[in-house]
Design a protein around this ligand. Structure first.
Ligand code: BGC
Length: 622
């Protein structure tokens, strides 16, 4: 009888285990609680708060002794933060080792989690492979590919020692005037669900303790892509130039059902994939800051969706909750925030939170919950294992910017190109054409191809990073020896060529600065297209931009139109499509409007007036 009972219990446990592994590919973070709880008991209040505090690397290292004094548990490099001695693979690796060595000098020697925005490759580091931004990956509809890109990114990040990226961004942008549109896979929640999950699986793998995995962070929770356009900045935020359109960090006015239907979807699947961290958004939901909302952070995310990892606030986001900093910290931590990204205010955060606990305004149970969540991740990643090296694995340097990663990026580029118009079979172009004239401001510009969040926070035009191929270089590499490729930025001198290619679009930008009230083409682009047209040859226009643009000014002059959004460093993927080595398969991840007065326009917006120039999902082939 006893034996039978034991057998039944064992079978039950086995079935539960099978059932659990079918739902989640990774080990539950809470399964590390026995080790975590034991560790927590040994920690002082200061040591606990230190785990919750994340300064900017250069600021904390610039104040010798602060890593130890504040028991710092995590550091970040923000969009413009490089090692003091240059932006090279070596310098980044040295920086990581230095940070970790500082952490080893604290009493408990808990390793630091180092976070960075590796949002399309290890995109802060010179020479990394820059993959297409998410908007372009959305056009591939290819979850396997997105997972592989996550793997490759994780390896390049690990090559510098760093173990955490602030990505994937699972935003569902509803208004393309928002300057962060390109960080989202799609306007459509279903697509975001699938690709967001794939990205998490790629970055983290199925086992966080794999030294080639990095911690992912789904962001920005929640509704960052649903904000209403405003001309004034939200309260508490520095007012931008009067009258300038602003969507970033705005207010998402939606009932909870709609918020869930559109904006929550990516978090549901990211949690299923085992995501270890989530970043609450700067934005507000019906006037309440996400970073201050107990409903969003604790009730929905942790209690209902069962998120067992930790929440990291956005850059100085806690400061925006209330002008009274102490009140802001109290509200956010009590709402469920676990770690504060406090780049320059880390001392203030540490001291304020300590005071709040001592005054009983933040319960000790909340601190323990936050630290437990952070330590679960550290245990799961193997960071707490004393036998693990505390230095970066420099043998991975050989994989950084490698041929394999470049060829994966090239595959992603060719799969993300969307063919929008192709009259008289202008495309594919013959590799034996006598002469091809290439023009446009982005034809020979790797910085424009990469967009924002590339080496610099806002990116920049020109030679932003070594390696990779511009579109002009890719065209030259693709054609036969007998084909002449000529180039002029403004499109002049095209007479006599068999065909002209004009590469137009947007210049790099990122959050805040990228909000634009008018997405019409600039004069330089229109002139370049007109100049080619007046040479009396077929015109192929390629758009490189962070979102659909209003193309009416050039559409009649254009024989073939393609969009690659922000393809990154591997321009050869575009040549694969132009010359027919790859039959285009990309389909739009966003609706393409005819005019600005249609915005916001997307296929899920209520109302019958869905009349885009090219609908969501559109894409031709040869
Ligand atoms: C952005 C985040 C980013 C963070 C750290 C913030 O300004 O909103 O997306 O992860 O900076 O660089």
């Amino acid at each position: 009888m006893k034996k039978a009972c034991t057998y039944a219990v064992a079978t039950c446990l086995f079935l539960i285990l099978i059932l659990f592994s079918a739902c989640s590919p990774t080990r539950r973070l809470s399964s590390f609680d026995p080790q975590v709880n034991e560790f927590l008991e040994r920690m002082t209040l200061e040591e606990k708060i230190g785990q919750m505090t994340q300064p900017e690397q250069d600021l904390v290292l610039g104040n010798p002794g602060d890593m130890q004094k504040y028991f710092i548990g995590s550091v970040l490099s923000g969009g413009n933060s490089d090692p003091a001695d240059g932006n090279s693979l070596e310098a980044w690796t040295d920086l990581y080792d230095k940070v970790q060595a500082e952490a080893m000098k604290t009493r408990l020697a808990i390793p630091v989690l180092y976070g960075i925005d590796a949002v399309h490759g290890h995109s802060n580091v010179l020479g990394s492979v820059i993959f297409p931004h998410n908007i372009a990956l959305g056009c591939t509809r290819d979850a396997d590919l997105v997972e592989k890109i996550g793997r490759a990114t994780a390896i390049e990040v690990r090559a510098t020692g760093i173990q955490w990226t602030f990505g994937p961004c699972v935003t569902v942008p509803q208004d393309i005037r928002w300057g962060r549109t390109y960080e989202g896979f799609s306007e459509d929640p279903t697509l975001v669900r699938g690709l967001g999950k794939a990205a998490v699986l790629g970055l983290q793998g199925t086992d966080l303790s794999n030294p080639l995995s990095i911690l992912a962070c789904a962001k920005h929770y929640v509704g960052d892509g649903g904000t209403a356009a405003a001309t004034a900045a939200p309260p508490g935020f520095p007012q931008s130039k009067a009258g300038r359109l602003r969507l970033d960090q705005g207010d998402t006015k939606l009932d909870e059902a709609a918020l869930r239907r559109v904006h929550l979807q990516g978090y549901i699947t990211a949690i299923q994939a085992g995501v270890g961290s989530i970043m609450p958004s700067y934005s507000t939901w019906n006037g309440v800051r996400c970073s201050a909302s107990k409903r969003l952070l604790t009730e929905i995310l942790k209690e209902e969706l069962g998120f067992e990892g930790f929440l990291i606030s956005d850059y100085n986001a806690i400061d925006q909750i209330d002008p009274d900093y102490k009140k802001a910290v109290r509200i956010s931590i009590n709402a469920g925030m676990d770690m504060a990204m406090a780049p320059n205010t880390y001392r203030e955060f540490f001291n304020t939170l300590k005071e709040l606990v001592e005054e009983g305004k933040v319960p000790m149970s909340r601190i323990d919950d936050a630290v437990k969540r952070i330590l679960r991740v550290k245990f799961a990643m193997g960071l707490m294992d004393p036998d693990r090296p505390r230095t970066a694995d420099r043998t991975l340097h050989k994989d950084f910017g490698s041929k394999e990663h470049r060829s994966l990026a090239r595959e992603a580029v060719r799969k993300s190109v969307v063919l929008l118009k192709n009259e008289n079979q202008t495309l594919p172009i013959s590799k034996k054409a006598t002469r091809i004239h290439v023009s446009g401001k982005s034809a020979d510009n790797i910085g424009n191809q990469c967009g924002g969040w590339t080496i610099l926070w806002q990116g920049r035009s020109g030679e932003v990073t070594p390696g990779g191929t511009t579109i002009l270089q890719a065209v030259k590499a693709a054609v036969s020896q007998d084909t002449e490729v000529t180039y002029s930025r403004d499109g002049t001198g095209a007479e006599g060529a068999a065909l002209g290619i004009v590469v137009i679009g947007e210049l790099p930008y990122a959050e805040g600065i990228g909000d634009r009230a008018d997405l019409s083409l600039d004069d330089e682009d229109i002139t370049a297209v007109n100049n080619i047209k007046s040479a009396g040859i077929p015109v192929v226009v390629l758009v490189i931009s962070g979102r659909p643009l209003i193309v009416n000014d050039i559409l009649p002059q254009t024989d073939a139109l393609l969009v690659s959004f922000l393809p990154g460093t591997e321009g050869r993927g575009i040549a694969d499509v132009l010359f027919g080595d790859y039959n285009p398969t990309g389909r739009l991840s966003f609706s393409w409007p005819k005019s600005m007065d249609q915005l916001p326009l997307n296929r899920n917006s209520p109302g019958a007036e869905y009349d885009p120039l090219y609908p969501f999902g559109y894409g031709l082939t040869y």
